[in-house]
Design a protein around this ligand. Sequence first.
Ligand code: AMP
Length: 196
Amino acid sequence: MTRLLIVGPPGAGKGTQSVRITTAFGIPAIATGDIFRANIANQTELGQQVSAIIKSGEYVPDSLTNDLVASRLKEEDCAAGFLLDGYPRTVDQLRFLDELLEAEGTALDAVIQLVADQDEIVSRLLKRAHEEGRSDDTPETIRHRQDLYLRETAPLIAVYKERGLVIEIDALGDVDDVAARITSALAAREIVPVAR
Ligand code: AMP
C-alpha cells in the first residue's frame, strides 16, 4: 500500500507529476477538485449541491468533502493505495483523514511537496498564457494564486513536517528530471512500486 499526498503551487507541474506517480505505483489520483467538477458536469445531486460554491471560489463544506473522500477511498481501485491531490485543504480535513486512516490501522506514507521559485513560475505561466492566449493570466493574478496556495498549504505542511512526512522536491527543470527526483526521494524512504 502506498498512501501519498502531493502539493505544489499552480504552474509547478503537479498534474504531470501526479500522472507519473500514479502510473508507476498503480494507484489512483484522487483530486477532490476534479471529482467535484465531474459531478457538476454530470449534474449529480452532489454536483448540484456544490456548483454555486465552487463557482464562487469558496471551499465546499468539510462535511461534504470528507464524506466524498471517505467513500472514494473505500473503492476497489484504492487497494494498492492512493495519491491525494487537493485534499486535505483544511486542518479539520487533515484530522478527519487521520482518523479515517487510523481506523484502518494506517496513515499517509509521505507528502510530496513540489517547490519552485515564484519568479520562475510566474515567467513560465506568462509564457504559457501568451502561447495559449489566456489573457486572464497576468503577473498579478498569478502571484495572487501563488500567495493563496502558500497560505492555504502552510498550516498543513507544518503538521506533516512535524511528523517527518514531507519530501521537498525541486519542481524546476525537465519533467523527466523532476519525476526522477520524486522516485529517488520516495525510494530513499523505501516507498517503491510493488511488482504486479
Ligand atoms: P481545485 O481544482 O483543487 O482547485 O478545486 C476546485 C474547487 O473545488 C475549489 O476551489 C473548492 O471550491 C473545491 N474543492 C476542491 N477540493 C476541496 C477541498 N479539499 N475542500 C474544500 N473544497 C474543495
